[in-house]
Ligand binder design. Structure first.
Ligand SMILES: Nc1ncnc2c1ncn2[C@@H]1O[C@H](COP(=O)(O)OP(=O)(O)OP(=O)(O)O)[C@@H](O)[C@H]1O
Length: 507
């Protein structure tokens, strides 16, 4: 096997940050090479250098033994490198075929030939087993479908190196399986694939080799992924032993504090003071919708929410927040990141809204202290609290948003929807510890998650949803993988659904 792609002492600095401090590793043709590392370790920066978006400050990049220097993304594409970024890059108003062939549309007598484009793209889709209408507008497709379009684009550009940056973070189990199949097919064709993920089970399922980063440096390259024990990967990544990332501790549960009823058929539930209630279900089971409804985020819905014996006025999110109920939604964009504002401002938004703090000087001092406290507690990687949030890595932005809700004054009910998506394993451990602390203060904590081990690891009780209803609630002692999946899976004994789930669970 030849090393098709080589990084040789590659470095990249930003003001106050060494994103990459001289990184060397190589990836072979016909393999999938995983990249792992804490949030902010430098993985995305490396892909941006590979994709021509950033120029390295030092070091060399070699393709097939020859040094390449990319001045722009189109240089990288011309050299046969394609990056499937976390934030997909497509033109929503154009069709699937137009996006796939962007800049290379076939023409006839000087005009774009849409018919020929559709035919070309259909043939290619058929060959790789993708079921998409070349005439559909990108804006009308799901995230997974748009991702398929990006991959097809890379394939049709004849990219020899294709790199994926956390591609499954918004995909369902079934969509993930389709993606895995595509990646394996590309590997069989002899392409060099780079795959970034925080999901260790995915990396074990897909990667042949891996390289681990910490703080902009390479910790290790393992030529055979399957030979590396999980504990070793984790300690390499976070620089400390983490034998039990969930760190569950028994808590004294109080009386029923929150009761939600009449939101939708079969969706009533309650939570005791100090209790962590996990909500599990397959994607589309209705968990996020129920939470949003309870929070008043969607249009005025039926049903009542009773907190500490009093009915909560269902007047939208601000009413919920005033009552002490906060929801941290799964989609970061929806969460109102103030991209141009500092980390401190993003953490302190909710405190400002409450105007609980005194004069301007006092307020600034308190806000600064609160921001510093959360930067330390969640180990947010930033040169200072004054850094603009948009300059942080994806996972660290996510932590700032979480801090915003954890800092909410008067918190009584904390609802976290997929709180650890895109977050590294060390930071997950920090978040689980904070969930425990919030519950131990007597708050009700609701965690919606598609990661079954996470739900089982941190919850006092697990509610399982399927088809828009709560189909069962299991006490911690009775909640194991089998019991939860039996409730969560469709009635029909659908083997492929089961296979999907099983592969993600046990890989
Ligand atoms: N344009 C920029 N300006 C300043 N700092 C930046 C910029 N881009 C990245 N950084 C910093 O460089 C470091 C590496 O970031 P990078 O996005 O490569 O991390 P990552 O390993 O991909 O993290 P994650 O797992 O959270 O996506 C981080 O500290 C980040 O804040």
């Amino acid at each position: 096997m030849s090393a098709y792609l080589q990084f040789d002492q590659v470095s990249k600095h930003f003001p106050g940050v060494i994103a990459l401090g001289g990184v060397s590793f190589e990836a072979h043709a016909g393999t999938v090479h995983g990249l792992l590392g804490e949030n902010g370790a430098g993985k995305s920066t490396l892909l941006k250098i590979l994709g021509g978006q950033y120029r390295p400050d030092g070091g060399r990049l070699l393709l097939d033994g020859r040094e390449v220097r990319f001045g722009s993304a189109s240089d990288a594409i011309a050299a046969g490198v394609s990056i499937i970024h976390q934030e997909l890059q497509y033109v929503p108003e154009l069709t699937v075929a137009e996006n796939v062939l962007l800049g290379r549309m076939p023409t006839r007598m000087g005009f774009l030939d849409k018919g020929a484009a559709n035919k070309l793209v259909s043939e290619r889709f058929a060959k790789i087993g993708v079921d998409l209408d070349p005439n559909a507008r990108l804006a009308d497709l799901s995230i997974a479908q748009r991702q398929m379009v990006e991959i097809c684009k890379a394939v049709m550009q004849d990219a020899q190196v294709i790199a994926f940056d956390e591609p499954t973070s918004s995909l369902s189990h079934r969509e993930t399986e389709i993606l895995f199949r595509l990646v394996r097919d590309l590997r069989a064709e002899g392409r060099t694939l780079i795959y970034i993920s925080h999901r260790l089970e995915e990396l074990y399922a897909l990667c042949d080799a891996c390289t681990i980063f910490r703080d902009g440096r390479k910790v290790a390259t393992h030529p055979v992924m399957a030979d590396v024990p999980r504990d070793r990967l984790i300690s390499d990544m976070v620089g400390r032993e983490l034998s039990d990332i969930y760190d569950y501790r028994e808590r004294e549960l109080g009386a029923e504090r929150l009761t939600v009823c009449g939101m939708a058929d079969g969706c009533d539930f309650s939570v005791r003071a100090g209790e962590v209630l996990g909500f599990f279900g397959l994607v589309g089971a209705g968990r996020s919708e129920l939470m949003r409804q309870m929070y008043g985020a969607d249009k005025r819905a039926p049903g009542t929410v009773v907190l500490d014996g009093a009915q909560v006025a269902m007047g939208g999110p601000s009413a919920a927040i005033s009552a002490g109920i906060v929801l941290c939604p799964e989609d970061r964009k929806e969460q109102g990141i103030l991209a141009q504002s500092s980390v401190a401002e993003n953490i302190n938004i909710s405190c400002r809204r409450h105007a609980l703090l005194g004069g301007v000087f006092l307020r600034h001092a308190r806000e600064a202290a609160l921001a510093d406290e959360f930067i330390a507690r969640l180990r947010i990687k930033t040169p200072s609290r004054e850094q603009e949030i948009r300059l942080l890595s994806g996972g660290n932005q996510q932590k700032v948003i979480l801090a915003r809700w954890l800092a909410e004054p008067g918190l009584k009910v904390l609802v976290l929807d997929e709180p650890t998506r895109g977050i590294d394993v060390g930071a997950k451990n920090d978040i689980y510890r904070i969930i425990h602390e919030v519950a131990a203060r007597g708050c009700c904590v609701i965690v919606v998650s598609s990661e079954l081990p996470e739900v089982l690891g941190i919850s006092d009780r697990v509610a399982v949803m399927r088809g828009g209803r709560i189909v069962g609630q299991l006490a911690r002692a009775d909640a194991d993988e089998q019991a939860v999946l039996r409730l969560a899976l469709p009635d029909t004994n659908n083997d492929s659904d089961n296979a999907d789930i099983t592969s993600r669970r046990t890989a």
